[in-house]
Structure formats: structure tokens, C-alpha cells
Write a protein that binds this ligand. Sequence first.
Ligand SMILES: [Zn+2]
Length: 219
Amino acid sequence: MESSDKPVLRLVGGHTGLDLVNTVEPRVPGAVPEKEHLKTPLDLLLWAERAGVVEPEEVSDILSVWHGEQALAAVLGIREAVYAVLLTRMDDERSTAPLQPALEQLSTRYAAAVARAALTPSVDSPTAARLRIGDVAPFAVQDRLAALAVDLLTTENIDDLRACPLDEGGCGWLFVDRSRNHSRRWCSMDDCGARVKARRLTDRRRGRQLPPNSAIVES
Ligand SMILES: [Zn+2]
């Protein structure tokens, strides 16, 4: 629909809730991001489609019935609450966000999503019924993301979560480290990892110290 000239936002979090957190670049606690990928309701809907939150055939239905600005505000609230909770739980000393208000906000969003949920007969599983959250089109995006946020916070092991290291030139995005030896450092080796490595190489070739924002690497 739009944005063919924009670079495609990478989905590297390993959980859609983390990909939502990673819709700003860079992810610096307490700072206004240089790049906000969810500026308009349409940005949100297109991202939700790319992230698999909504099916392509649902997009036009949702677009015709939702209150886009309200949905965007709800989703940004969910995003920042998830980030605040994760930063605190990941024991990041830069986080000053109190945990409880963020959890209460997520509880409220999740409760609203569940209030709109419906039990339907299960046709493709051995259970009798399944709970469908996010089937009410005007609220579909925010309700599904509220459910995904709760899933992220209640099922992922906090010890597996990492932030792409800002103090080494990374972007601060969060991801699940599913590597065998728990050694993944970068959101993506094709992006931050390669960029930082290339810069270090250039700095070495020039025989200079690393730039100030990478100085921690030296310690
Ligand atoms: Zn990164």
C-alpha cells in the first residue's frame, strides 16, 4: 500500500512481543528514538501483517472498522509497558521505570481482550473448545498484541532474553537467545554485528583508539 521505498523493519526478536518492542531504533532506555516505525495506524496494521499478527485477508476489514488512532495508542502503551517490565526484570541498571504501573496497564489491556474473547468449538485439536482472543475486528490488533505480550512475559525465560549492546555500538533491541551456548550478542550478525565489527576493523587500521561510544569494549 505504501512504504515501498522504506527499508523493511527486521523481525529478529524471536517472539512477536519482542518484535513489537523493537519497532523503534535505537532502543535506548529513557531516550526519544531516532526512528519510530509505528507512526500511524496504517504503519501499525502493515507491521502487524508482516509480523503475522493479522492475516493479509483481514487487513481491509480491520481498516474499515477500527478506530486506528485508538488502536495505535493502545498498542504503543502495550509496547512501552512490555519494555519497562522486561528492562526491570533483565536487571538493567539504566531502567528507572517502576514495574507495577506497567504490569497493571498490561493486565487492563489483557482483561479487555479476554472480555472480547469467545470460546469456539475446536476442529483441529483434541480439545473440546478453544479460546479465541482478538476476533472482534475493531480491536483485533490491540487484543492480539495484549495476549502476545502476556504470553511473552509469562512463558519466556528471563535468562534467555538479551539486549543488543548499546555500549558496544548495538541498537538496544531485545531478543531471545536460543543459541546452543547462550552466546548470541547481537540482534543480527548481518546488521549490528557486522557493522560494529567493520567499524572496529577500520579503527584498528587507522591505528586509533575506538570511538568514545565503543570505549567499554576495551575494559
Ligand atoms: Zn542491534
